[in-house]
Design a protein around this ligand. Structure first.
Ligand code: FPP
Length: 240
């Protein structure tokens, strides 16, 4: 890895599980299971590279449209993953947080997520942020609603609302914006993920399907990131 700034916050859309399974004549659930393995590898690889925050899109507000059996399998898999990984996450000082409508998840999944969030609350190492029942538009609408309520109660004036106050209402209020978004499986869209937060995020796409993703792909993504010129809409001082 060439010297250069490592992204502080990496976000990943874990896509391609279904296609990975189909190519092997396996049920889609097998793809999601292999996707869980890829997540485990990637959490470790992030730690090795010094990435502070990894946010993964595990279930979107739109994923409820999938067949009931697949949704159920995914929810069970999340429970299984958390149970299996819980001790390793604690031992590795990882803090797990969750964004999305966690209360809308099935009881067992909700409990498991809340449990690992609580068990790792005091950890000071890397952050693993699980986006579950998450949708970027819904998050923005909720933030607007919360600010409107505060204004109605007279706690704020509408004129006080700016980008900073708005961002504080988002579920990511404690996190810096992602520096790098990775989307495997050849799809090149954002799919309602972290819409507000990705205003200046660098995007990296790969045809590799998520279950095949690992340290090598992460290294390629980070190297590509390090070669980018982030100007945030401005110009470099030497160009002025
Ligand atoms: C998208 O692939 C993937 C998902 C909707 C689920 C991601 C979930 C996991 C990797 C399980 C592990 C997660 C946690 C938090 C333990 P797809 O099914 O849309 O793939 P396709 O586009 O090839 O059909």
């Amino acid at each position: 890895m060439q010297a250069g700034k490592v992204p502080r916050h990496v976000a990943i859309i874990m896509d391609g599980n279904g296609r990975w399974a189909r190519r092997r004549n396996l049920p889609r659930e097998a793809g999601h299971r292999a996707g869980g393995e890829a997540l485990r590898r990637t959490v470790e690889a992030c730690r090795d590279l010094g990435i502070e925050i990894l946010t993964v899109y595990a279930f979107s507000t739109e994923n409820w449209k999938r067949p009931r059996a697949e949704v159920r399998a995914l929810m069970n898999l999340i429970v299984e993953y958390v149970r299996k990984e819980r001790q390793a996450l604690i031992d590795n000082n990882v803090r797990v947080i969750a964004i999305g409508d966690i209360r809308g998840l099935p009881e067992a999944t909700r409990r498991e997520i809340e449990g690992v969030v609580e068990a790792t609350r005091a950890n000071t190492g890397p952050i693993l942020c699980l986006a579950l029942n998450y949708g970027g538009r819904r998050e923005i609408v909720e933030a607007a609603r919360s600010l409107a309520r505060k204004a109605l109660r007279g706690e704020i004036s509408p004129d006080d609302i700016d980008e900073e106050t708005f961002a504080r209402e988002l579920m990511t209020h404690d996190l810096p914006d992602p520096d790098l978004l990775i989307r495997p499986s050849g799809e090149m869209r954002v799919s309602n993920f972290l819409l507000w937060q990705m205003a200046y995020t660098e995007l990296w796409f790969t045809p590799v399907l998520w279950p095949d993703f690992g340290p090598e792909e992460l290294r390629q993504a980070v190297e590509s990131y390090q070669a980018r010129d982030r100007r945030y809409g401005g110009v470099h001082p030497e160009e002025t």
